[in-house]
Design a binder for this molecule. Structure first.
Ligand code: SF4
Length: 62
């Protein structure tokens, strides 16, 4: 499954990268991006990032 970060909403707190650096990283604009699809092992970490992002900028891609 692939996650998406809305760059207009992300405030660059870094929380998602801390939770799952196999999927999220910070880009040059200081925003998070989902650079890799989440394999089964990482899906619960991504879900936790979705649940705890302070501005709800992350969602699963349809
Ligand atoms: S947790 Fe949310 S606000 Fe923080 S870096 Fe990730 S996407 Fe951006």
């Amino acid at each position: 499954m692939k996650a998406m970060v809305d760059p207009d909403t992300c405030i660059g707190c870094g929380l998602c990268c801390g939770l799952c650096d196999a999927v999220f990283r910070m880009n040059d604009e200081g925003k998070a991006e989902a650079y890799q699809a989440a394999d089964e092992i990482h899906q619960s970490d991504v879900q936790e990032a979705i649940n705890t992002c302070p501005v709800s900028a992350i969602r699963w891609e349809e």
